[in-house]
Design a protein around this ligand. Structure first.
Ligand code: AMP
Ligand code: MG
Length: 414
């Protein structure tokens, strides 16, 4: 079943992918996530998986756009300035008909324009006395003023929302306007986040000098939640082969995507790749020519679930998550929004190695409203305290090179 990793013409080292190749391999191997039909009130933030078309013209009739009187503009043009009020047209009622051309009908915002009328004069522009509405001095009448004409916004059958749209409040309202009580959206994937390592101690528990706080998964879960993922299990396993194997098997049986932290480097206790392979998870790639995050491992189980095994160094974990995992999950849910946007560097950055570099940045807006990426120096991939106040990281091409201030690069947000 193993698909060999394609041969690389990559100067960074034999068998090492570059990030763009990893993106391609992930998108080729991560299958589209399932669809579910949800009531509209539960759809905010979901990715639409069907096209939505106009149920009717929008507006569906010539709609009165101001409270006032509806009349025939030709009569006003002939010089008439006062009109007998013949009736009241309320919103939600079928249309009245103007019986005398010299008359008018009081009409409310949202009502159908009474037949025989082609203009609405707002209340502010008339004076009403003894059942007669008089135009105030200087008020000019133009046909179709204050009438929101049928079909002027969109036509029946027009494509209003395309599959792949993330449903923000206006789109939810548009779907409701198209008469949709439920819509087909991407189902939330069942995600499992699993940390590995004997040294890791939960926040809140006593910690000994040789132990480390289990911090990564908290950042990972926060990022997943921020991007709208709601079904996220959190688990931990020690670097014990039998224990880890059993846990991985259970998680593979019960989840769509596993996100692991640690255990994928070259150390004696880095058991993750071997155990995953034993369990029938086909490795798609291991290691990318990037800093931080070189040891990233990705594979797909025969039974379906995908596994991202992220390096344990805290900066590497978060960078790999935001650079690969979250964009891949969003794409698998049908979201076509690009994962990154362009931003210029606010200061030069030197990339010493032949690896692509991910540099944490804070974004800053200048006095003309332009965004800049201000690089943050860190003590390397273990130094996650340096990430405080950063917004994400930029992706700089492989060096050796110095990228000047103003160099435009891609920004990935945490
Ligand atoms: P590993 O990838 O397992 O070799 O871990 C690399 C480094 O990251 C080690 O110093 C680990 O202690 C640390 N580390 C691994 N997992 C976590 C975690 N969940 N939280 C914080 N640090 C971690
Ligand atoms: Mg470890």
């Amino acid at each position: 079943m193993n698909t060999p990793v394609p041969a690389q013409a990559d100067p960074a080292g034999p068998g090492l992918l570059v990030p763009a190749q990893a993106d391609r391999l992930i998108s080729e191997n991560l299958s589209c996530l399932p669809i579910e039909s949800l009531p509209l009130v539960q759809c905010s933030g979901a990715v639409l998986r069907e096209n939505i078309y106009g149920e009717r013209d929008q507006p569906p009739f010539d709609r009165v756009a101001m409270d006032g009187i509806a009349l025939d503009s030709a009569v006003a043009r002939e010089g008439r300035r006062s009109f007998d009020i013949q009736g009241v047209q309320a919103a939600g009622d079928p249309p009245l008909t103007l019986s005398e051309r010299s008359g008018c009908i009081e009409a409310m915002t949202g009502a159908m324009l009474p037949s025989g009328c082609d203009v609405v004069v707002p209340v502010e522009e008339i004076a009403v006395k003894d059942g007669i509405a008089r135009l105030k001095d200087g008020v000019a009448i133009e046909a179709w003023d204050n009438v929101h004409r049928r079909g002027s916004d969109s036509r029946q059958g027009a494509l209003l929302l395309e599959a792949g749209t993330r449903l923000t409040p206006p789109e939810v309202a548009i779907a409701a306007g198209a008469g949709m009580a439920r819509v087909r959206v991407s189902a939330q994937p069942m995600l499992a986040v699993l940390s590995t390592g004997n040294e890791l101690i939960e926040p809140g528990e006593p910690v000994l000098p040789h132990q480390i706080r289990r911090s990564n998964v908290y950042g990972v879960i926060a990022a997943l939640r921020r991007h709208g993922f709601q079904r996220v299990a959190d688990d931990h396993v020690r670097d014990e082969p039998a224990e880890m194997r059993a846990r991985l098997k259970l998680l593979l049986d019960t989840h769509d995507v596993l996100i692991l932290s640690g255990g994928v480097s070259m150390g004696r206790f880095d058991l993750v790749p071997g155990l995953l392979t034993d369990l029938g998870v086909r490795m798609v790639f291991h290691r990318i020519a990037q800093r931080p995050g070189k040891p990233l491992w990705f594979g797909v189980a025969q039974s379906g679930p995908a596994v991202f095994a992220l390096p344990g160094n805290p900066v590497s974990t978060l960078v790999c998550l935001s650079r690969y995992v979250i964009p891949a999950l969003l794409a698998a849910m049908g979201d076509r929004t690009p994962a990154a946007r362009k931003i210029p560097l606010a200061a030069p950055v030197t990339v010493a190695s032949k690896f692509v570099h991910f540099v944490p940045v804070r974004t800053e807006v200048d006095e003309w409203g332009r965004d800049w990426a201000v690089p943050r120096l860190t003590n390397g991939s273990g130094d996650f305290t340096a990430l405080a106040g950063t917004d994400g990281f930029v992706e700089l091409p492989a060096g050796p090179n110095t990228y000047p201030k103003g160099f435009v690069t891609r920004l990935f947000r945490w």
